[in-house]
Design a binder for this molecule. Sequence first.
Ligand code: DAH
Length: 345
Amino acid sequence: MEAQLEQLKDEALAKIEAASDVKALNEVRVAYLGKKGPITDLLKGMGKLPAEERPKMGALVNVIREAVTEVLEVRMAKLEEQAINEQLATESIDVTLPGRPARTGNHHPLTRVVEDIEDFFISMGYEIAEGPEVEKDYYNFEALNLPKDHPARDMQDSFYISKDILLRTQTSPVQARTMEAKNGAPIKIICPGKVYRRDSDDATHSHQFTQIEGLVVGENIRMSDLKGTLDLFAKKMFGTEREIRLRPSFFPFTEPSVEMDISCFKCGGSGCNICKKTGWIEILGAGMVHPNVLRMSGYDPTVVSGFAFGMGPERVAMLKYGVEDIRHFYTNDVRFVSQFHRTEV
Ligand code: DAH
């Protein structure tokens, strides 16, 4: 029996040595040390031995079992380490591979145009002013030299909340509000915001749209300052080769009043479908602030003067990006809004 045990041990050790991976070694473990293995069998068979031999043989089986177990564990640790090393070698990460591009959103085209215009005027020293969308008739019309029954009110029918409160039809009321707040001090502001009109929606009209108002008030503010400002603005937004043209116009809150056109950025002035064969594109309204407007908001027109302008960012965006229907800005189709990426102006 002793010889049998020694043979068993040698056999087990040889198999342990021969096992080339963790799986094979586990099979050796089960085969020799498992419940159905020969060593367990031997222990179970002890009962058949004469009583005086049992302790000696029991001890011998245990010694052999421990020896095999120890060698197996050492071998197991080695094979496991080998497996990990192999895994590390084959699964190494190539950090030089290009990453997957992250999907970034982009601003709504109107937001982008408004921010481009804001950036330009901020660079010229203007501040951004804001006013309420639900406005008093007084600021929307009266303080802008449009008394209650002025015929020019017809052009800007509004949504009335009450007789004296309405959704503002223009950003011009911020002129009067800013003048009241500044209390005689010089002013240089632009005011972007939403405005509302009782209009039937079509490709070029919307009951809601945005405007950007500009107002400069101080001593010696002249028409040439307005012209120079608008010229720089046109070149910045539509290209350095742009020329501007001022045409006489009428707004109750400016005198004189003008419309500003830019030379067509598509055909350069020779005439095309964008400029309707005229070579010029209308961009905004402007003028010198009417003395009545200055006076009503606490400025003395014999001491200070000012200029103002107002434009529609939708129109600028439609021209810049070739958008043919104003309703695209509000229907929020991602296929439309995701086409626009901010450009340096
Ligand atoms: N508020 C005018 C409109 O909605 C636009 C405008 C014209 C604003 C001339 C001005 C200006 O400040 O001077 O039609």
